[in-house]
Design a binder for this molecule. Structure first.
Ligand code: ZN
Length: 252
C-alpha cells in the first residue's frame, strides 16, 4: 500500500481474504498474486491500466486504488441525462447524496480474484475476453449472494440503473468489442461490465456453482468460438444465452 493507506489497505485485504476463502471451498485451490492498494502518486509505477483507480489484474499483481477515483464520476455523468426520476432516487437511497460509489468499488477486488480461476488465455480473442469478464463477475456475484447478501443492493443498484439508462451513446456496443472499449475514460468499458453483471446475477440465481465451474472449464481449454461459448451458457440458462445473442438489447 501507499503511505497513509494502511487502514484502507487492510480493509481491502480483509475482503480479498474472505473472497479467496469462500471461492476455494467452491473451486478448490488456486494461486493469487500480491494485492496492491495504491495512491495516485504510485499508480503509474504499479498499474498496467492508465485510468487511476480502475481495479485490474495482471499475472503478478492485483491493483486497486486507495483514493476515490474520478472515473466513477464519468460513469455517473454518462447516465445522468438518461436517468428516470425513480432511478435517480434509487441511486441516492443506496449510495447517498451526492451519490458516491466507494462502497460499490470496494467489492470489485472480488471480481479481480475471479480472474485467477483459469490459465491466462490469449487477451486478443474477443469471445474469451467477455467470457473471462463474465466468469469474474460470476465469482463476485456468488461471493456477495452467498457470503455478504446485505451488500447485494450495493453491488447491483448502480449496475441495473446504468444498464437501463443508456445504450445508444457509446463508442462500442457489440459484445465482441468489449476489449476495445478499454480506451478513453473507462465509462464505456464499465457499461460492458454492468451489462454482464445484469446477466451474471441471473446466471448465479439459476445455475450457481455449476455455472462457475462450467465457465472455468470453458476458459481452461482451447478458445471457444462465440457460438460455442453462448451454447455452453444456453445449457445453464437459456434466457441468459438469448440475451447474449441479442446484446445489448435486454433490460435489467
Ligand atoms: Zn475483469
Amino acid at each position: 500500500m501507499s503511505p497513509g493507506g494502511a487502514a484502507r489497505g487492510r480493509s481491502i485485504a480483509d475482503q480479498a481474504e474472505r473472497m479467496v476463502g469462500w471461492l476455494k471451498t467452491v473451486t478448490g485451490e488456486f494461486e493469487i498474486p500480491d494485492l496492491y492498494v495504491v495512491g495516485r502518486d504510485d499508480w503509474d509505477a504499479v498499474a498496467s491500466f492508465p485510468v487511476y483507480g480502475m481495479p485490474h489484474e495482471a499475472p503478478d499483481r492485483i491493483v486497486v486504488g486507495q483514493e476515490p477515483a474520478e472515473f466513477w464520476d464519468a460513469v455517473l455523468d454518462s447516465i445522468d441525462p438518461f436517468l428516470s426520476r425513480p432511478d435517480r432516487a434509487e441511486l441516492v437511497r443506496v449510495y447517498g447524496d451526492p451519490v458516491t460509489l466507494g462502497g460499490f468499488a470496494d467489492l470489485l477486488v472480488s471480481h479481480e480474484i475471479g480472474h485467477y480461476l483459469h490459465p491466462v488465455a490469449d487477451g486478443a480473442d474477443p469471445t474469451s475476453f467477455w467470457l473471462r469478464e463474465m466468469l469474474a463477475n460470476l465469482a463476485l456475484q456468488g461471493y456477495v449472494s452467498e457470503m455478504e447478501p446485505s451488500l447485494e443492493e450495493t453491488l447491483l443498484t448502480v449496475v441495473q440503473v446504468c444498464w437501463r439508462s443508456t445504450g445508444s451513446s457509446w463508442q462500442f456496443t457489440e459484445l465482441t468489442d468489449m476489449g476495445r472499449a478499454t480506451d478513453g475514460d473507462g465509462a464505456n468499458y464499465v457499461w460492458y461490465e454492468f451489462g454482464l453483471q445484469v446477466l451474471t446475477k441471473r446466471l448465479w440465481t439459476n445455475a450457481g456453482v455449476t455455472a462457475l465451474r462450467r465457465l472455468i472449464d470453458l476458459l481452461s481449454g482451447p478458445a471457444p468460438t462465440q457460438d460455442e461459448a453462448i451454447a455452453a451458457i444456453e445449457a445453464l440458462d437459456p434466457g441468459v444465452a438469448a440475451d447474449l445473442r441479442q446484446w445489448p438489447r435486454f433490460v435489467s
